[in-house]
Design a protein around this ligand. Sequence first.
Ligand code: GAR
Length: 187
Amino acid sequence: MRIVVLVSGTGSNLQAVIDAVAEGLLDISLVAVGADRPGTFGIERSAAAGIETFVVDFKAFAERADWDAALLEKVLSYRPDYVVSSGFMRIVGPEFIETFPRRYLNTHPALLPAFPGAHGVRDALAYGVKVSGCTVMYADAGVDTGPIIAQRAVEVLDGDTEESLHERIKIAERDLLIETLRQLTPR
Ligand code: GAR
């Protein structure tokens, strides 16, 4: 099963997927890892693992629609069964969503529909919830609004900072993502 992963940052969840594949715990083919900006550690670690990488730099396009089209074309060139956003911090265009209906997965560090957006962990802490967690879903055209596939709860501890809570959430998120990928069937 061919998977393309999109990242914007450190790609620690992606590393867990790379490791699971290497250890024979997950039977997928990571055909490429792409980013929306140059110089991400997610791309660096993928290249180090021998995975093909690409960058479709958001800032290199004057028009948003041109970036959308370039990203879609690049991803399609790998003929993926599924695309996974693993900390990809851009909303993709409507054509991308239409091209990959229930084939574009996203992870989010909160229990949706609570605390969507770019600061799910910070917003949950600020609200004062005692339990947060992570969500794996199919992305749709909205911000973290697609159909939920799986969720896992993570307790908020006294004295938690955004970093400490996010680290614990990421541990749960990695497991949940790998479990979800294991259950996908080729398209
Ligand atoms: C993950 O926690 C992911 O859920 C989050 O970014 C982190 C990426 O970490 N994504 C979002 O907040 C999207 N709304 P990583 O780059 O170390 O895997």
